[in-house]
Design a protein around this ligand. Structure first.
Ligand SMILES: [Zn+2]
Length: 467
């Protein structure tokens, strides 16, 4: 049968990516994508002959929208030896991530005022190879800075309900309440790390005083109930204030279910979970130790499967890596005493392959559903749509070619992070990123980063909250 052409563009295109399984918002088609300049000019069905300056035959590989990772920690400026924009965004490109949204803490100073925001932008200018946006911080107490940060274009305000471990003061109910009110006023959102400070602190102290230094003591100090209470409290205040709330890295199924119920009740709240809560469990933590230490901690296998149930049921809005780097020297002391390891998992480069393996291949999650959580939803939630997040005419040509069936094992030397360690080292994936384009330019191809540092552009929140 002759293949049907959806539409032939009148202007010659710069790039024709043909012979792919193109992942659209609600369908997968056998076809191709035409790119003019930096944007998608057309999506075609089949493999029609089309004049373009360059044609790339993808040989039946999947063509996905570039991942929008809304939860990335880099450390520039101030702690550049942990991770910088150059190496960090190179790892993103290798992982099919075309936009990163960077958290306001773990760099020094944190992005909590307009002046610090300006300083951050100046510091990272010229380094990124993928596009990026910036979170602002909600701390105790910078309420008077939120409007200026919003004016600067921050995509959200991040707050911690429990201590963050760095110079970034946590917020209590007063600031959560006031910050949510302000988010509503500004048309922005508050992103919260939801764990109960008082009970986790109490449990942690007790375990340490009893001499516990083993790995299990870490997750015993932060049990599911301490997360669920914080999720419920945050949702409660979002309902009372009418503010816009996004709860980051929800690690428990009950937390996601509570958020889904709150949204059904009219609360403006969304849920993110992360690949490590879906791919790793407490037994992995016992085996891996410091490299897999994070907060909330890895959970039981039972919870991992229940969380997958939430993902498959469409209750999770976004998937973000919570990529959190540090030098190995900050992890190593945890080999003897888990309390002494820095918390955070490096997972930016492996997020897409990990979720293709565990979601698409192992559990039947469809590619459109996966990419909704990895790209379309975060783009919409953080005001980057319709430019980012989908393969559609007029959108930025942020695209990823993936060999869905290629099986490969990640080794430390393949990691492009400044510090080459990760809880995923040694893990075998099915599905590999072969090529990544950002705004029509190839930035990663077959193991090599192609873009020059500085190609990546800064993105501001382009619209008010309207999820
Ligand atoms: Zn984080």
């Amino acid at each position: 049968m002759r293949s049907a052409v959806h539409r032939i563009p009148t202007m010659a295109s710069d790039l024709y990516l043909k012979n792919a399984r193109v992942v659209l918002e609600d369908a997968v088609i056998d076809g191709g994508v035409l790119v003019s300049g930096e944007t998608i000019a057309d999506v075609v069905v089949g493999t029609p002959q089309i004049d373009a300056e360059r044609t790339v035959d993808l040989g039946g590989q999947a063509l996905l929208p570039g991942v929008v990772d809304a939860h990335v920690h880099f450390n520039q400026p101030g702690r550049d030896h942990w991770e910088g924009y150059r190496t960090g965004t190179m790892a993103a490109a290798a992982g099919g991530v075309t936009t990163i949204l960077e958290m306001p803490l773990n760099a020094t100073p944190p992005t909590i005022t307009a002046a610090e925001f300006d300083r951050k932008r100046e510091s990272v200018r010229g380094d990124a190879v993928v596009d990026y946006g910036l979170w602002g911080g909600l701390v105790d107490n910078n309420l008077s800075d939120l409007a200026d940060l919003n004016e600067r274009g921050v995509i959200g305000f991040k707050g911690f309900m429990s201590n963050s471990g760095v110079d970034f003061a946590r917020v209590d109910d007063d600031l959560i309440y006031a910050g949510l009110l302000e988010s509503r006023q500004l048309g922005n959102l508050v992103g919260l790390h939801a764990e109960n400070e008082y009970v986790t602190d109490y449990l942690g102290k007790g375990l340490r005083e009893s001499g516990r230094t083993d790995r299990a003591s870490w997750h015993q100090s932060r049990p599911p109930a301490t997360e669920l209470e914080a999720v419920q409290r945050a949702c409660y205040w979002a309902g009372v204030t009418g503010g816009n709330l996004h709860i980051v890295h929800v690690s428990i199924a009950q937390g996601v279910q509570h958020i889904a119920q709150a949204r059904r009740n009219g609360v403006h709240v969304t849920a993110e979970t992360c690949p490590h809560y879906l791919c790793l469990d407490e037994d992995d933590f016992e085996r891996l130790g410091p490299a897999a230490k994070c907060a909330p901690p890895l959970r039981s296998r039972e919870n991992v499967e229940a969380l997958w149930g939430c993902v498959l049921a469409g209750q999770v809005d976004t998937l973000g890596s919570d990529h959190s780097p540090c030098p190995w020297e900050d992890k190593a002391p945890g080999m003897e005493n888990i309390w002494k390891a820095w918390g955070g998992i490096q997972g930016l480069q492996t997020m897409l392959p990990a979720l293709l393996t565990e979601g698409f291949h192992a559990r039947g999650l469809s590619l459109p559903a996966l990419m909704k959580m990895l790209a379309a939803n975060p783009a919409r939630l953080f005001g980057l749509a319709p430019r980012k997040g989908v393969i559609a005419i007029g959108a930025d040509a942020d695209l990823v070619a993936v060999d869905l069936d290629r099986t490969w094992t990640i080794s430390a030397d393949q990691l492009l992070y400044k510090n080459q360690h990760s809880a995923y080292v040694g893990r075998t994936f099915r599905g590999r990123v072969e090529k990544t384009w950002v705004r029509g330019q190839i930035v990663y191809e077959d193991g090599h980063v192609k873009a020059k540092p500085g190609y990546g552009q800064w993105l501001r929140r382009g619209m008010r909250y309207a999820y």
